[in-house]
Design a protein around this ligand. Structure first.
Ligand SMILES: [Zn+2]
Length: 303
């Protein structure tokens, strides 16, 4: 696919001022090689007065937004595009109040729903697995409780995390909400996210027993358990950053049902933190938005 996106906000504003600009862009994303009727594969169409594409062979009416997160949108597409630009180009995670204010949306609920939709567009089925040197660990969100290692505290949300180490620098990140810290949860997380034969460093927790089957597993044992933070510095840095963002963005209050989406958003931003072209992030997300069905079960969290 040709990389076609506005490089910066000025270009964005010039390009997507009207509904037809947005529709033309969505058309290009959906049918980069020209229209194909979803029913009969015919390539010729005419445009109806309501902006629908009508297949010249079978007369099927095709909406450009059908099967995308924009389907059935009540607000003009220019609003959606601007919101998507705003969402994809922020450096840090965002909340609904900030979006509502940035766009002057009348309803908090609308802003909240849009963000939930956008977050589902931050992961891509074709993303490359982590590789090389990887650090893996787990952490807890939702209320702190003192405990030896915290692994038995069942009331908290548990998250598996893996991050690449490239010398002293951090590479790409993956995070997933897990039911518990057993090998039944942690091993599939590693297999799903890391290239086989990569080197994985863990703190030697028993849930990681069995990693050596597919990976080069290093158990980095701390002399004392309290000194854990100095043992896997990369993954522990990430964990402290994520906790701070969840606390800062959502004041620590989040619905566990949506935690995976917040983590996905964080990973999207983290993995693109060195990208200097904001439009490229927008382009990545809108491609995903075009391939994502509309979200229908949008409900407001008590916050
Ligand atoms: Zn047709």
């Amino acid at each position: 696919m040709i990389e076609d996106f506005p490089k910066n906000e000025m270009k964005f504003d010039e390009r997507f001022r009207h509904e037809h600009n947005c529709l033309d862009y969505l058309f290009e994303l959906r049918w980069p090689n020209g229209f194909i009727c979803p029913t009969c594969d015919h390539s010729l169409y005419w445009k109806s007065a309501r902006g629908l594409l009508v297949c010249r062979q079978c007369q099927k009416h095709v909406s450009i937004t059908a099967g995308t997160i924009f389907h059935g949108a009540k607000k003009p597409l220019a609003y959606w595009f601007k919101a998507l630009w705003w969402f994809s180009t922020r450096k840090s995670s965002v909340n609904a109040l900030a979006l509502q204010q940035a766009l002057g949306l009348g309803s908090y609920h609308t802003a909240w729903c849009w963000l939930q939709k956008f977050r589902t567009c931050t992961i891509f089925p074709d993303r490359a697995l982590l590789s090389g040197q990887v650090e893996a660990d787990e952490f807890y969100l939702g209320g702190e409780r003192s405990g030896k290692r915290g692994r038995g505290a069942d009331h908290k949300c548990k998250v598996a995390v893996a991050v690449e180490r490239q010398g002293k620098k951090l590479g790409r990140l993956r995070m997933q909400v897990i039911d518990d810290c057993s090998s039944a949860q942690l091993l599939p997380f590693a297999q799903k996210n890391i290239v086989p034969s990569s080197t994985i460093s863990t703190d030697g927790w028993k849930g990681y027993n069995g990693l050596e089957k597919d990976f080069d597993h290093h158990r980095v044992l701390a002399a004392q358990a309290e000194n854990k933070e100095s043992v896997l510095p990369g993954v522990h840095l990430v964990i402290s950053l994520v906790k701070r963002v969840i606390l800062g963005t959502f004041q620590g209050r989040f619905d566990p049902d949506y935690l995976q989406r917040y983590l996905d958003e964080y990973v999207f931003r983290f993995n693109r933190r060195t990208c200097r072209v904001p439009g490229k992030r927008f382009w990545r997300i809108i491609q995903s938005a075009v391939a994502s069905p509309p979200l229908t079960n949008c409900r407001l969290t008590p916050a």
